[in-house]
Design a protein around this ligand. Structure first.
Ligand code: FES
Ligand SMILES: [Fe+2]
Length: 334
């Protein structure tokens, strides 16, 4: 789990007056809005008898009240009211629960679960968010978060996994299979990959590219595919829930002059198709580990992603980023 990063708690539109239970890296968190609509996040455990605070309610004072004996907490996690105490009795100072820094930005409630004060102070902004109209939704997967991120960079699967949904499936249908290359480049917060490669590493990404996908730590994927088939642009945030479950908070650009964000309840077909293969694989990883795995040339991007995530997990990414091979060109048939 990459703790020292901002993580998406939920979409802004999905947080109302009722407390909401979420999990990030196996930690239960109660998120709610106080009396002035500010998003707050507390460890989802009352310090009295352990009831989940997300099962409670928000009192008119804006404090979250436990469902069992009504203890109330402020946004810093301090217990500020214990109904059973008689006049003059003080609230013991140890009565508190953990609080997490929260920022609401780009239609998401972001939570900092790392050490100390958040660095950066606010989450990285979503590029051009205010310029476009978006559909927004969430899909839960019974698979590890890293598998779900790897899937977004897996160039060759759409023609098998995504019939009638993915732009790359339509591309494969309309074209004879032929040889292509993609390039990967290390960036400040991860890497970028695109097809076709630039002529030399110092060239910018070719403007006539068939698609550009970026990975930014800890779990952001930005994908743009512009072709005669579609103008496909998605922004994904993958959040690790447990070792074998993850949450995909997705945004897809839609046609529209004005910026707006519309919540979509239904699971997109592409997500359901990926869920089918990823959950199938997860069962095998859970049962037998990953020693059986074999990879071929096109899987370079997957292995690069694993390396970056492992380095970040060990706190070594910043230190060794510049020593990694900055650019690779990989051949594949599609
Ligand atoms: S368990 Fe929460 S108030 Fe008693
Ligand atoms: Fe996919």
């Amino acid at each position: 789990m990459l703790w020292n990063y901002w993580h998406v708690g939920c979409a802004s539109s999905q947080l109302g007056n009722k407390p909401k239970a979420i999990r990030i890296g196996d930690t239960g968190i109660a998120i709610y809005r106080d009396s002035v609509g500010r998003a707050c996040a507390l460890l989802d455990r009352c310090c009295h008898r352990g009831v989940k605070l997300s099962d409670g309610h928000v009192a008119p004072t804006g404090h979250i009240a436990c469902a069992y004996h009504g203890w109330q907490y402020d946004m810093e996690g301090r217990c500020v009211h214990i109904p059973s105490l008689t006049e003059g009795r003080k609230i013991p100072v140890k009565c508190k629960t953990q609080s997490f820094p929260v920022v609401e930005q780009d239609s998401y409630v972001w939570i900092w679960m790392g050490d100390g004060n958040p660095i950066p102070e606010i989450p990285p902004v979503i590029p051009d968010f205010e310029k476009h109209a978006w559909h927004q939704g969430v899909t839960l997967y019974n698979c590890n978060a890293r598998m779900l991120i790897e899937n977004q960079f897996d160039t060759c699967h759409p023609m098998f996994t995504h019939p009638k949904s993915h732009p790359s499936w339509f591309f494969a249908k309309a074209n004879k299979s032929k040889d292509h290359s993609y390039e990967t480049r290390i960036t400040e917060s991860g890497f970028v990959t695109f097809t076709p490669p630039a002529k030399v590493g110092s060239d910018p990404i070719p403007p006539d590219n068939m698609g550009v996908t970026r990975f930014e730590l800890p779990g952001r994927v930005l994908l743009k595919q512009k072709s005669i088939f579609s103008d496909f642009q998605i922004v994904l945030h993958v959040v690790q829930v447990t070792d074998t479950t993850s949450r995909l908070e997705w945004l897809q650009k839609v046609k529209g002059e004005k910026h707006n964000v519309q919540w979509i309840e239904q699971e997109p077909l592409i997500n359901a198709q990926d869920r089918f293969v990823l959950e199938s694989a997860q069962l095998n990883y859970s049962n037998g580990g990953d020693d059986f795995e074999q990879s071929v040339e096109v899987d370079h991007v997957t292995l690069l992603l694993r390396k970056i995530v492992a380095l970040a997990g060990a706190g070594e990414w910043e230190g060794v980023r510049n020593t990694l091979q900055q650019r690779r060109v990989i051949n594949f048939r599609y």
